[in-house]
Design a protein around this ligand. Sequence first.
Ligand code: OFO
Length: 169
Amino acid sequence: MDAKLSELLNHQINEELYSAYLYLTFADYYEDRGLKGFANWYMVQVQEEVAHAKILRRYLLDNDVSVKMTAIAEPDKTFSTDLEPLEAGLAHEKHITACIDRCYAAANDVHDFRAMQMLDWFVKEQGEEETNASDMIKNMKLFGSDPKGLYDLDREYQTRVFVAPTMPM
Ligand code: OFO
């Protein structure tokens, strides 16, 4: 595999694990607030992010690239409103989309069609990640200032369950 591409894919493992770490801090915030549904939503998201990292790790190993686990940064997120983690989440997912796009562009540059096919899944996934993050912001702005509205939202987010991603590879 092209060296720049394998480095970017290896780095993406770190980005995904950082995402999991970041969303743990969001879950902690909502847990402290007594919003267990929001906390549940982000704990499911943590599982998703770890799954994303595992997909990339598997891909590298299956293509005879040795994987390097690098240090995960400490998320420095302190929040003063229930909206702030949601806004930080959308900003973060936009960052991840840019990272995936960079990987895709590197694969495209060297005509690594197998890597592009694998990354197609991530391109689509990032569309869903941004939509989810944006919808949560809209819901919070619409309903979050009313206690009953916030209670109903929390109940809704309590229903999210982790479904392991499947991808054509
Ligand atoms: Fe892995 O999609 Fe979010 O970060």
